[in-house]
Design a protein around this ligand. Structure first.
Ligand SMILES: [Zn+2]
Ligand SMILES: [Zn+2]
Ligand SMILES: [Zn+2]
Length: 89
């Protein structure tokens, strides 16, 4: 991973990709989302901060899982919530 990214991102050796292109929480409630992010700790996929429910950051804060990857096709980047760090891969 890129230099300058945080220890969490540097420790991410293999990027986890979404199993399905849906927000795991929004599908339960029938809500909409804007973009999808995949948790690099547990591999679950949730919606971004532009989405009404912001499930990805809620999950990061509740679970302590720091790093997400964009689940959008063609986007190749990681983001760490506690460090506000970003890296392309
Ligand atoms: Zn970090
Ligand atoms: Zn959601
Ligand atoms: Zn997680």
């Amino acid at each position: 991973m890129e230099q300058g990214a945080c220890a969490h991102i540097s420790a991410t050796r293999t990027v986890k990709h979404p199993k399905k292109l849906v927000c795991d929480e929004c599908v339960k409630t029938g809500d909409d989302w804007v973009h999808l992010r995949t948790c690099q700790q547990c591999g679950t996929t949730r919606c971004c901060d532009d989405s009404p429910n912001r499930h990805a950051s809620a999950h990061a804060h509740a679970s302590g899982h720091p790093v997400i990857a964009s689940a959008e096709p063609g986007e190749r980047w990681l983001y760490c919530y506690p460090d506000d760090a970003f890296a392309e891969y």
